[in-house]
Design a protein around this ligand. Structure first.
Ligand code: 3SL
Length: 239
């Protein structure tokens, strides 16, 4: 049976209810998804995504600081009072091992928390795009990509990553029922597949990150298939 494949271009471009019971892949190449993957690869127990800072209060006030790490940014800059920002290169394995990470970012955790009615919610970036595609092959159901973007706009690196996953998944033959958003992502990937890093480096968000002295993060986040992990959100925690 043919199933729907669709894509939303930013973290606010969907109605939360329409994702209830669906399979969703949230992509934020620069940098939330890449940060989540890195923390989990360093042995974090899980990542709790929070939408806004009012939700951080209970964590900062009540939780054992030896078991919890607060990470997050606003406009790319570390949130005051948090242990770390949103740079995957900022922390060491020992900072994350056996800890629960509480993460709040401008767009990425907004996308994740807004999509939390999904039945399956996976986190993807270029670091694990191949593993996500392999996992999606085992499912046979409607599939929605949410590209976190930046403040109601699209981010080309997120769309490109979705296109890569679509290409791995369908080998170029998209199902007939594929919606326009997913077709655009696949088309972008096909036209740029030999210069992924170049396209990411030329993106608006890469330029914002360079202005904040995060050039090394951009390079790191372009490493294709560094991790064989497919993190999923279950009961509010990404593992
Ligand atoms: O918006 C987000 O979720 C972040 O990933 C943006 S930044 O790369 O930390 O600026």
């Amino acid at each position: 049976m043919e199933y729907t494949v669709d894509l939303f271009f930013n973290s606010r471009a969907f109605v939360e209810e329409e994702l209830r019971g669906k399979t969703v892949v949230v992509i934020d190449v620069l940098r939330a998804s890449s940060t989540i993957l890195t923390a989990l690869s360093y042995g974090a127990k899980g990542v709790v995504p929070i939408r806004d800072l009012s939700e951080a209060g209970p964590f900062t006030r009540n939780l054992d600081p030896t078991r919890f790490v607060m990470c997050g940014e606003r406009d790319g800059v570390k949130i005051d009072g948090f242990h770390f920002g949103n740079s995957p290169l900022e922390f060491q394995p020992a900072d994350m091992e056996n800890k629960t990470v509480v993460l709040s970012t401008t767009n990425g955790t907004m996308a994740i928390t807004r999509a939390s009615l999904a039945k399956n919610l996976y986190i993807a970036s270029l670091l694990n795009a191949g593993a996500v595609a392999e996992h999606l092959k085992t499912l046979d159901q409607d599939l929605f990509f949410i590209c976190a973007g930046w403040k109601n706009r699209l981010s080309i690196e997120d769309i490109l990553c979705a296109g890569y996953i679509l290409n791995e998944l369908f080998g170029g033959n998209l199902p007939e029922s594929t919606r326009d958003g997913a077709r655009v992502a696949h088309g972008l990937y096909v036209s740029c597949k030999d210069r992924i890093t170049e396209v990411v480096q030329a993106s608006n968000h890469a330029s914002r990150l360079r202005d904040l002295n995060y050039s090394a993060d951009i390079e790191y986040c372009c490493e294709l298939n560094k991790f064989n992990l497919v993190p999923a959100l279950r009961e509010g925690i990404i593992k």
